[in-house]
Design a protein around this ligand. Sequence first.
Ligand SMILES: *[C@@H]1O[C@H](CO)[C@@H](O)[C@H](O)[C@H]1NC(C)=O
Length: 435
Amino acid sequence: MARFLFLVAVLVAIVGISKSNPEVPKVFCYYDSRSYLRETQAKMLPQDLDPALSFCTHLVYGYAGVDASNHKMVPLNPNLDLDQGHGNYRIVTQLKRKFPAMKVLLSVGGGADKENPEKYNELLETPEARTAFISSATVILRNYAFDGIDLAWQFPVIKAKKIRGTFGSLWHGIKKTFSSKVVDEKSEEHKEQFTKLVLELKNALRHDNLMLTATVLPNVNSSLYFDTHGLMTNLDYVILDGFDYNTPERNPKEADYTAPLYDLLERNPELNINFLVSYWLKNGFPAGKIILGMPTYGRAWKMDSDSAISGVPPLHIDGPAAEGPYSKQEGLLSYPEICTKLSNPNNNKGIHTHLRKVTDPSKRYGTYAFRTPDDNGDGGLWVAYEDADTAGNKGGYVRAKGLGGIAIIDLSLDDFRGLCSGDKFPILRAAKYRL
Ligand SMILES: *[C@@H]1O[C@H](CO)[C@@H](O)[C@H](O)[C@H]1NC(C)=O
């Protein structure tokens, strides 16, 4: 009897463990080190990451670059990154002392490497160039004790198109004309060569048991550059950047949702998260290796007197909004720069300066906020952005689809000081909570 009870207890324990221990969702937290160079409230130091890190399974330091002359991987800002300077590479990998379960990766590219954009394709084209990249990368990873590398490869992006009118019912009829505008004549070759780079790099990293991930940057067409079958055994994860589908830089005269979960009427049906995720799933990439990337910022345009006063997108607009007081980048506002502008029902004073927020009960498209211009035509603003609610919806989507997890891009534009609601990193928290 005692033996029988013991067996039952063991069985119960086994069942209990297997039930309570499904694959833990991953949370990739990107830290763009350029935030170190911002001023006052927006300056983010590695120690400011601390309140976020108990939520992060992976910390991704951005960004390293490529030297076009010799195809080596290089720090983009040696004075910030290396031991001879501020030593940020070392500081971030040493965060593992306090968070031993967290992996720290170095990301290369990420849109931060602005010179000679064609060098990313060129590097793929010869075995010698790939080898130069791989050996230089492994030296940096080893010297600074990174746990792996993320290839946020700067492939050519699709061309921006007119948002309204061109699509909808006409879409299928004109599809042919569009695909004739090729982004890259040699995309088939570059796709094969990228798969080779991933294989060769994985082999080099295997000795040290280091991780290898790839980030699909915004507006890079997955079907042109990513061979899902060739990549799936050698990539630990792929991070899909499902945002910046429309930006003031790409679409200066029309504003629209920038990171919708699902397709919208009369828009290109390929420009949304569900299309992107479905592409990878349909082509056999394991769901558990797919990480959905979400932004922590808004894309902001300037409304003028010709903009629809309803604010309903897509709408005519007058170019990028002026830079935010802290993030200092035209057409972009960090989450705290937006939340502090929203109208507060208890505060009627600043009615003409505050933004009116328009939420999305359907949970499919996202949130925007706007302010029409004053009588002199000044002060108009329209911004589509991620907030705690929409980030939570995306966490819910990841869970429902059985994906591997989320990526927050990036921590420096989330509310890391807790200015919006008092909680630090509200977007990270909300998305993680719904996983
Ligand atoms: C991506 O490339 C495929 C061809 O491989 C093309 O059919 C599709 O229209 C492209 N998508 C976009 C949004 O340009």
